[in-house]
Design a protein around this ligand. Sequence first.
Ligand SMILES: Cc1cc2nc3c(=O)[nH]c(=O)nc-3n(C[C@H](O)[C@H](O)[C@H](O)COP(=O)(O)OP(=O)(O)OC[C@H]3O[C@@H](n4cnc5c(N)ncnc54)[C@H](O)[C@@H]3O)c2cc1C
Ligand SMILES: *[C@@H]1O[C@H](CO)[C@@H](O)[C@H](O)[C@H]1NC(C)=O
Ligand SMILES: *[C@@H]1O[C@H](CO)[C@@H](O)[C@H](O)[C@H]1NC(C)=O
Length: 509
Amino acid sequence: MRPLFWGRLRTSGRSPSLARPVFWTALVAAAALPGAVLATNPPTCQVVAAQMPGRVIFPSDPAYSAAQSSYYAGQARNMKPGCIFMPTTTDEVSQFVKMVGARNQPDAKFAVRGGGHTLWKGAANIDGGITVDMRLINATVLNADSSVASLGAGGRFGNVYHSLKPHGLTVLGGRVPSIGVGGFLSSGGMTFLSRRHGFACNSVVGYEIVLAGGKVLHVTQDSNPDLWLALKGGINNYGIVTRFDVATYPDKMWYDLVQYNFTDAILADQARVLCNFMKPGPTFDPDAMMGLFLDFAGGAFFVRNALWHTGGDANPLVYKPFTDIPNMGSSGQLLAVADVVDQFGANIPPSTPRAFQLDWSFVNPPAEVYVELFKIWQDGVKALSDVQGFFVEFLTQPQAVVQKGTQSLYGLEAGRTDYVMMLMTAAYANAADDERVRVGITNIVRAQRGLLRRKGYLIDFVYPNYADKSEGVFKSWGADSVAKLQAASLKYDPQGIFQKRVPGGLKVF
Ligand SMILES: Cc1cc2nc3c(=O)[nH]c(=O)nc-3n(C[C@H](O)[C@H](O)[C@H](O)COP(=O)(O)OP(=O)(O)OC[C@H]3O[C@@H](n4cnc5c(N)ncnc54)[C@H](O)[C@@H]3O)c2cc1C
Ligand SMILES: *[C@@H]1O[C@H](CO)[C@@H](O)[C@H](O)[C@H]1NC(C)=O
Ligand SMILES: *[C@@H]1O[C@H](CO)[C@@H](O)[C@H](O)[C@H]1NC(C)=O
């Protein structure tokens, strides 16, 4: 991606040979003047703190370590921002972006943080700059006829669902309580309702965003169609989103979590039933969203199905083939989404010392291909089993059924129901194992993708929310989508503030 970045500087009329030395000169100047900055806190932090007293947290404050420890993975937790800015209003976000963007100092760079669930380093935290922690902007407000909920970008879906539960409503959101609104909705969003309504970003009818320079824009499909589209996957490349206005849906949820013995026979049954479930045609049920979880934990293998249904049916027949496989008991029931998310979330560790994750997508293959994919995983994981604290979750799930128009960026065929997504997440105890786990998991997935490619089922699409930075997410959506993402950046952020001053996350240049 770097060559594109320099190419972009050129197209925006700046000479790269000029832009680079200016930055380095500033760094060298600061280093060459001992004592020029006497206060230990970075100067940009001090300026922000002076303008907005009470909103900036420094490393000596207890709130700083509390904020740091609330990231999901150690990779994000262990970074050291010079300070953390916690805005409470859109206006404060605007003042911040305006002020920091106008400063030329090397410490005038920042990260944008929502729920802090990205696993890899630097997406939502920063070393030495400022982390904009959005969590105090977290209101959930229904409009007059309850058709639209306005979600503060710093909210977490557990709170959002509980706010909507008394109204009998829900929104397209995350499936564990602590996932942040900001990252989830700006990177797609796989939800309980995604077989019927697409990725969660498809349900966003309006964005309130602070652009570079501090301008606050309300973005709808009619007002700014290019930015509206770019925000459905463009994450932090265009500004800081302060509010998402999203469609509401009736809260009609059924949920079961079914565990099976991990045997070759059961895995073959799972493959057969999943393959049938994913076949397009009259048996397709848009209310059915499920996950086939293969886990390696504490040295043992597990297989479970999370079964969700949003049609209001107390006994959804579509899942009978799964629950007909001998299992340890099923107890499906109708529940509010808020409670399903609390229950399901309780199965997933609340945080992890280290983590690594990859995702990929393909067209539903024959059952025997699933069996091979499961086997590659099992063998690969066994070879890594002595990594301390090693836990791996290998999830197969139906892909969101993309809705026409609004999600053209992803390069997926609208309305297609037989796309499947896999993701593999490793969690482990020590940073010393980072390289081993990265290489080990990458090799497992390379073998699996290779198999799918050879057989003609692999598709390019990489889903941003579960991707590692190494996967080339935007590129996987196709050259046309990259061009649209880049054009929107040039138009709404001509100086490239959200490319250069916000170095973390997936960048469109
Ligand atoms: C346990 C667990 C369960 C998960 N379950 C699901 C699931 O069911 N479905 C699914 O699709 N994904 C799921 N994910 C993935 C999750 O959706 C992503 O990690 C998502 O990006 C998290 O959003 P966040 O706000 O918590 O993350 P953060 O790490 O805070 O943010 C993610 C990215 O978004 C940017 N960003 C955040 N807020 C804003 C904003 N206001 N304006 C501009 N940019 C912003 C950040 O800069 C960062 O680059 C899960 C992850 C975990 C760890
Ligand atoms: C918003 O955040 C505050 C501070 O963390 C918290 O006390 C409150 O419960 C949150 N409210 C909602 C609706 O999420
Ligand atoms: C799972 O395996 C155990 C131990 O072999 C056995 O006792 C039990 O009946 C099996 N359960 C099912 C549902 O097959």
